[in-house]
Unconditional design. Sequence first.
Length: 554
Amino acid sequence: MKLQSYTITQGKSRAGARSMLKAIGFTDEDLAKPIIGVANTWIETMPCNFNLRDLAVKVKEGIRAAGGTPMEFNTIAISDGVTMGTEGMKASLISREVIADSIELLIRGHMFDGIVALVACDKTTPGAAMALLRTNVPGVVFYGGSIMPGKYKGKDISIQDVYEAIGANAAGKIGDDELREIENRACPGAGACGGQFTANTMATVAELIGLAPMGSAAVPQIDSRKDAVAYRCGQLVMDAVRNNLRPRDICTRKAFDNAIAGVAMSGGSTNAVLHLLAMAREAEVPLSIDDFETVFARTPVLADLKPAGRFMAVDVDTAGGIGLIARRLLEGKMADGAAITITGRTFAEEAADVKETPGQEVIRTLSNPIKPRGALSILRGSLAPEGCVIKLSGVDRKVHKGPARVFNCEEDAGKAVLSGAIKPGDVVIIRYEGPRGGPGMQEMLGVTGAIVGMGLSDSVALVTDGRFSGATHGFMIAHVAPEAHNGGPIAAVQEGDQITIDASRNAIDLDIDPAELQRRLADWKAPAPHYTTGVFAKYWKLVSSASEGAVTRI
């Protein structure tokens, strides 16, 4: 093995470095072995990442047993569920870049030979993957696992139900005591949000793209089996170092298509589009927003998972795991079985080992799809020339036409929904919440949950240049590009303008004369940025369009 860590640890000139490392317990024998960074996103601000500190112990045991020396370090995580609906939510997407940058800095600074990244909440998985692809150091993504379902009135519930209960309470459908009871029961312990929301969607991506070992992600965080998964990830990174198996060897264009198909089949989050575009950029793999539509159109929805379906993320584990989705993709000739995974085995070899639970109903067969085409679709038109994303799982209608109700921030839209000002047929426009406008593209679960809870999800559409939580469902369109802050057509929409959305032809249009649109845009003036100092200001200056993954660039 050619170890880059020897630049730090070996030779007479490195006596100072060794002296400092010996001060905290490392020996000459330790320092002669491959040095493996253990990038931990443990944080005490949410349940999602709460057990990662304990799981890191098992990862390090696996590394030592396989002949390596682990060195653990921390990076950050922002809870989408905790910050939702507040100014703090703007930090979430920005944190993806900080996570990637901070892991990169440790890899480059300490010259680790390999990395195991412990992830859970939404931005930690793509952030870690971006760092691995950027530095191309052998690495494993280890997902901490889903939370267990809450229980209320004999049904499984999750954080999604809490946000929808807020809307139901505002509509007078449930009382304050019932809202508090749902709040108290929805999140029973450690683990990431419990449906096929963004965290579990990106865990699916990590397995199907090959950066996480197949069979690892679906095990719930509090399950005792998770210790063994953690230990194995420690061993696998050592195999990757010895075999010089690197992230860019794994994450080829075919592997990205496998992951996109998995998002489509599992009814995954709209955020996967942003994150896979960002990962592809780091891998230097050509991938455009229109490439997603090609895969979505040929892939059915088979996973009956929340937010639109019946089952929770933990039910994927009992059904046979994420590998069962891989098997269905191969059965339908919708995936490339020759793609290499972090184990050194192919996608097809890993899927062949999957044990499907007889009689399970979570992942349907190809002959019995929930939807004939993938859960997401890319729309374009006069309102979104660069594209936008709609989630179709759980939605039967394909067309909506109605008057625009225009809001320049999420908070104002949320107040309008909860006050009863939004009526059936309306198209709620929430703008200036894009990558630069926010900055940070805050999610809209507060608003979308309220729309569902108020009983408007079958009659109202929502269009935004911001993002949605993976828990969002209904006729909701996100990532409108160009965003309002950059002078996109959404900035020119006026109260009462007719908006036509036709998902059957991938179209979204502002129904005004093109000359009138140009006149309005010519009169438009860019707003001042909300932040002029600090990390938000840096992000505002450097961030790209949502159609390019909202990545920061020089």
